[in-house]
Design a protein around this ligand. Structure first.
Ligand code: ADP
Ligand code: MG
Length: 298
């Protein structure tokens, strides 16, 4: 059967006017040029970071420019793949834009809750291959967002990300060592049908950081269906080369697929550029659905 020519096959890399935003020169430009929340810039300075690293210089202007600023440039796509060596400050590079955008949103809406229409899921998902790395990202994120209303959560066993209308299948094996986490609330005891099983704690945070498996488990319901993360506007894949390795690929793509927002912005960060990552670059700049489809075929 003749396959219809898909959008993905039609020159996915558009060579439009080669207008790149000016690289950032110092952290103060975050505020003066891009209007980044003053408190965030202060938090950066307080960590004694004086000069942005190369990957920060290059990526921040792209991620902080609005789509209208970038109209007619090659950067009309909101997605990004950044490759820079280990220790070059990629964490801060991906955290600044997402923390800034959520901080502003919460400040302007005067809204303490997460609810954004029907959205009850986190606004941003950060996926990292190990628990240790995920935990470091949360620590760095909390320092960066001090004094703003942005809340981070580290995904832990037994947590629920999507409010379910049916009893969860997670068994009662949660340990009590996580109970001090303030970003988690107990489920509302009055909602949902008869509680035959104890439900997990519902994550209540703007930015959720997780390993692939922990998140996939939390998103998979009793029938094996992946629940959608409707509220997620940002998906950040840290150590993307590892996340797209055969070991994690299926889980990572399942999370990607569950981010159903049409305005989803995906960014991939890696120290190396394996062929698996490279093929995903092409996929990333096409529609989310298309991207997932293409990668599954490899
Ligand atoms: P990567 O993810 O690229 O391997 P990290 O984000 O883990 O690197 O950063 C490595 C170290 O560099 C961290 O300790 C981080 O706090 C620090 N760092 C980040 N940005 C800067 C900067 N602009 N100046 C100095 N140190 C920085
Ligand atoms: Mg890193």
């Amino acid at each position: 059967k003749k396959k219809k020519r898909s959008n993905a096959e039609e020159a996915p890399v558009k060579k439009k006017t080669e207008i790149y935003p000016q690289p950032l020169q110092d952290f103060e430009h975050l505020r003066t040029r891009y209007g980044v929340h003053g408190r965030i810039v202060r938090n950066i300075r307080q960590q004694a970071y004086t000069i942005p690293t190369e990957v920060q210089l290059g990526s921040l202007p792209l991620l902080l420019s609005s789509s209208t600023d970038l109209e007619d440039s090659v950067w009309e796509t909101p997605n990004l793949l950044a490759v820079a060596p280990t220790g070059s400050g990629k964490t801060l590079a991906f955290l600044i834009p997402v923390v800034d955008s959520i901080a502003k949103l919460k400040a302007s809406s005067n809204d303490e809750t997460l609810a954004d229409g029907d959205d009850v899921t986190p606004r941003a998902i950060v996926v990292a291959p190990t628990k240790e790395l995920a935990s470091q990202i949360v620590n760095e994120g909390r320092k960066l967002s001090q004094g703003t209303k942005v809340k981070f959560a580290l995904m832990r066993k037994g947590m629920e990300v999507v409010e379910r209308t049916e009893p969860a299948t997670t068994s009662d094996d949660r340990t009590s060592d996580d109970d001090s986490d303030s970003s988690v609330v107990e489920p509302n005891e009055t909602t949902g049908p008869a509680k035959t099983r104890k439900r997990g704690q519902l994550v209540k945070a703007d930015i959720l950081v997780s390993t692939p498996l922990a998140l996939v488990n939390a998103l998979t319901d009793t029938t094996g269906t992946t629940l959608p993360l409707r509220g997620a506007r940002y998906l950040i894949l840290d150590e993307a080369d590892v996340l797209l390795d055969p070991l994690f690929r299926e889980q990572t793509l399942s999370i990607w697929k569950s981010c159903t927002s049409p305005s989803l912005r995906v960014s991939l960060w890696s120290a190396t550029m394996g062929s698996n990552v490279e093929s995903l670059v092409v996929s990333t700049i096409t529609s989310q659905r298309k991207a997932v489809e293409l990668s599954m075929k490899q």
